[in-house]
Design a protein around this ligand. Sequence first.
Ligand SMILES: Cc1cc2nc3c(=O)[nH]c(=O)nc-3n(C[C@H](O)[C@H](O)[C@H](O)COP(=O)(O)OP(=O)(O)OC[C@H]3O[C@@H](n4cnc5c(N)ncnc54)[C@H](O)[C@@H]3O)c2cc1C
Length: 369
Amino acid sequence: MYDVIVVGGGPCGASAAIRLTQRAPQLAARSLLIDKAVFPRKKLCGGGVTQHGWDLLHALDVALDVPMFPIHHMKLIYDDLETTFHWRNVFRIVQRDEFDAALLQVARTRGMEIREGIGVRDVLRDADGVTLLTNDGELRARAVIAADGANSIIRHKLGLVRSDRLSRLMEILTPVEHVERAPEFVNHTAVFDFTPIAKQVQGYYWDFPSYKNGAAVMNRGLFDARVRNDRPRAELKPVLAARLNERGLEMGDWRLEGHPERWFDPKEKHAVPRIVLAGDAAGTEPWLGEGISHAIDFGTRAADYVARAFAKNDFSFADYSKTISNSRLGQRLRLKKFIAHYIYGNRGEWFYRTGWRLLQIGLPVLRKN
Ligand SMILES: Cc1cc2nc3c(=O)[nH]c(=O)nc-3n(C[C@H](O)[C@H](O)[C@H](O)COP(=O)(O)OP(=O)(O)OC[C@H]3O[C@@H](n4cnc5c(N)ncnc54)[C@H](O)[C@@H]3O)c2cc1C
């Protein structure tokens, strides 16, 4: 019987494991992290890690040596209006296969037992602990941190399913031949194009410049938060095709992939006795869809919460949702949900045009070097 099993080795699960080794080494020594994948594994993602995310890693005493492309300017577009937010290193773009594998390796070198290629298929709870049924037999733990992503099987098996809390994301990668002529690469600029709001999309189209295996690629995609799920669903493919056409690209020429994100609702339940949900399994923010830093934060807090439960010998986990919701992480997620709810509320042309004009005046003042 393990003390803690962390399910999922993404940024959330790896951070939870690292935090356990930092805060409760004796507990970590009797704990295990499992992931159904073998790392480095593919994860569909823009790979933008905000400064907040790097600060959280720093607090875990982690400095990752992975290639990254720093972003100093965010170009915000709405139809024919645009404005640019200047902030040195506002985020850095990583390749998720490299980033996640490096983070998991830190957890391993700090002493956490990690087993890859072990996928959870079912979850059973009893008075003494949790049994995980996996492709490699049964595993027992006194507590489980479920960091198994937006499609969390553990969440599903616990019946904590809310399919109306899912954002939709689509992504393509296109090679960039003349980097020296691409302003996004030359100026380190990421593009957030909110024009799709006029087509009922509750989000934006993005262009993120980056390098994959040394080759310049543009990570392009569409984010539809669906935070106002009372409103009609947008047709995403024609919207994405139109954004790509504007950039001289045909959607059919590229491999299009999609994956959901779950958004955090403080009113939902994120724990049952002996099991907590964390990271995308619990939810992230539906404004810009930033999930990596919140997953690191969530993993860290989930580990702290579970370590406290062992100290108190109380595995009811009754106040987990409240603890997260009242934390700085919860405050951030709630604020971003509020912003998303407000700006994606289909407020009419005048609202967005006025907003952009105000941004054109206000953003230069906020400039950060
Ligand atoms: C297209 C797209 C673009 C995005 N772009 C950005 C961005 O630029 N910046 C940003 O901050 N966020 C972005 N996000 C969000 C970000 O990818 C997630 O929020 C983040 O990966 C969440 O981390 P996590 O550790 O909670 O989950 P994940 O990274 O999804 O990790 C979950 C892990 O659990 C494992 N797992 C799943 N099921 C099982 C099982 N049954 N048994 C064992 N293991 C299992 C998986 O193999 C995986 O390794 C994007 C998301 C998408 C879909």
